[in-house]
Ligand binder design. Structure first.
Ligand code: ADP
Length: 479
């Protein structure tokens, strides 16, 4: 049985569990969104527009005055200026986004990553307003958005988590007591954390107070919430995450892993799938845990379960990202699957198949940032005077920049993602090396030279690395 819900200008529908899959499939075209507003900018806005085009869905770009000349503005069917450069007055301004929905009559919003993508209140307001938020429900975002609640939920689901305080730390004295119980080294983490901020490693008790003050100040400044919890610091771990997808009928599957251990200050620089550390047994175990985690909260949408894996291949849940990830293309390349399309279909109520996907190829992504790697990765916005992007078999470049484009100083410094795909890891690295050599960006400094050196590093080539790898290797000394 199918019921149709009408709101003023848009319609919604839901399907009861008794609906047969064939009825749902027969109706899927009829109920696909007609117009999606993309509440984001840069490469991800363009990436979403591409899939919408292929699905026959119209798109609305929103932009700040700093992004007037952006490609997402040019390639969307409609574009609405939503304010000045500052994110708070444009991409994070819910009222202006809803006004853009109103004037364009969009029936869904895709939040991309960052900005409002994991903001439960925004998802809730969208629902109240009668526009579909392409992502999980506000309750699911809330449950996973707060890291302490997420860990508690995973403990209840029977998924292994990093040993830790299991709640917010009250003060330095009790914090020190808990740290001594867990055993040094420990890591202080912001419960509202993200992007590696508000996180401090404490090697011994003498450092505790200093690191506690720094973590709290950073958390307060970045998230307006200085709640801190404590975890055992897993030494020399791998960051391995599982892509999952779930639909509103309770079906959940995983799409294998990505290894994101090449990080600088807890921020990812290179991602690959599969992980060179993975074994078929571990993939089975971690994949099952990821599915169990998503199933426990009836997860609806695509999401990522992040784990830390120690050298003995013990794995621990770290957090769940309830949105599309920057590094989603490596998964798309190894299993030949459009994750944005999947997100849109799930949001439209189309059931997923439920089968797990396993990598058939090797893919790697280098994040190309407008930063000077020889100057402590300092942001380097400015005008791109000349641009040539690599091409050829197995090479994908997701970018919003072009020759003559000015990288604004207001947003994230990532300007492109270079993704290579090949049959083996060795071939993939060779392809990446040749593609990086072909990448010409003039006028600004970028992280291309860093990646070139990394691809030549012997330990990296052997798959012999962990999240602290960049602290142990001075790439500037390499030729
Ligand atoms: P964020 O949400 O800020 O990205 P995460 O919780 O995902 O923070 O952690 C980011 C990175 O920090 C991880 O990939 C890992 O390198 C490091 N990290 C986090 N928790 C621990 C831990 N308990 N032990 C060791 N490293 C950790």
């Amino acid at each position: 049985m199918m019921r149709v819900l009408w709101s003023t200008t848009k319609f919604y529908f839901w399907l009861t569990p008794s609906d047969s899959v064939s009825t749902i499939l027969q109706n899927q075209i009829k109920f696909m969104f007609k117009k999606i507003l993309i509440a984001n900018r840069g490469e991800i806005a363009l990436r979403i527009i591409r899939t919408c085009r292929e699905m026959g869905i119209k798109t609305v770009a929103v932009y700040s005055t700093a992004d007037r000349d952006s490609l997402h503005v040019r390639f969307a069917d409609e574009a609405v200026c939503i304010g000045p450069p500052a994110s708070a007055q444009s991409y994070l301004n819910i009222q202006r986004l809803l006004a853009a929905v109103e004037i364009t009559n969009a029936d869904a919003i895709h939040p991309g990553y960052g900005f409002l993508s994991e903001n439960a209140q925004f998802a809730e307001i969208c629902t109240q307003y009668g526009v579909k938020f392409i992502g999980p429900t506000p309750a699911q975002i809330r449950k996973m958005g707060d890291k302490i609640t997420a860990k508690e939920t995973m403990i209840a689901a029977g998924v292994p988590v990093v040993p830790g305080s299991g709640g917010l730390l009250k003060d330095v004295v009790s914090g020190k007591r808990i740290a001594a119980d867990i055993g040094y080294p420990v890591i202080l983490k912001a419960t509202a954390g993200g992007g590696g901020k508000g996180m401090r490693i404490v090697l011994e008790e003498q450092q505790f107070e200093n690191q506690w003050n720094t973590a709290r100040a950073e958390a307060k400044a970045s998230f307006g919430n200085d709640g801190i919890y404590i975890e055992k610091y897993v030494e020399e771990p791998r960051h391995i995450e599982f892509q999952v997808a779930g639909d509103r009928f309770g079906t959940v599957c995983h799409l294998s892993e990505r290894d994101c251990s090449i990080q600088r200050r807890h921020q990812k620089l290179v991602e690959e799938s599969p992980s060179p550390f993975m074994t078929p047994e571990l993939r089975e175990e971690m994949g099952n845990a990821a599915v169990k985690a998503a199933q426990y909260i009836n997860y609806e949408g695509v999401g990522t379960i992040e784990f830390l894996v120690d050298k003995h291949r013990n794995f621990y849940f770290m957090e769940m990202n309830t949105r599309i990830q920057v590094e989603h293309p490596v998964t798309e390349e190894v299993i030949d699957y459009d994750l944005i399309k999947e997100q849109i279909k799930i949001a439209a109520g189309i059931p997923i198949s439920g089968k797990n996907y396993y990598p058939e190829m090797w893919a790697m992504e280098c994040r190309i940032n407008a930063e000077d790697p020889f100057n402590d990765f300092r942001p380097h916005p400015g005008k791109i005077t000349s641009l040539h992007t690599p091409k050829g078999h197995g090479v994908r470049v997701d970018t919003h920049v072009y020759s003559g484009y000015t990288v604004p100083p207001y947003y994230d410094s990532m300007i492109a993602k270079l993704i290579c795909r090949a049959r083996t890891r060795e071939e993939c690295i060779t392809k990446m090396e040749r593609s990086l050599d072909e990448f010409i960006i003039e006028g600004i400094k970028t992280t291309v030279p860093f990646h070139q050196r990394l691809m030549r590093n012997e330990n990296f080539r052997k798959g012999n690395f962990h999240t602290g790898f960049l602290n142990t290797w001075d790439f500037k000394k390499e030729l």
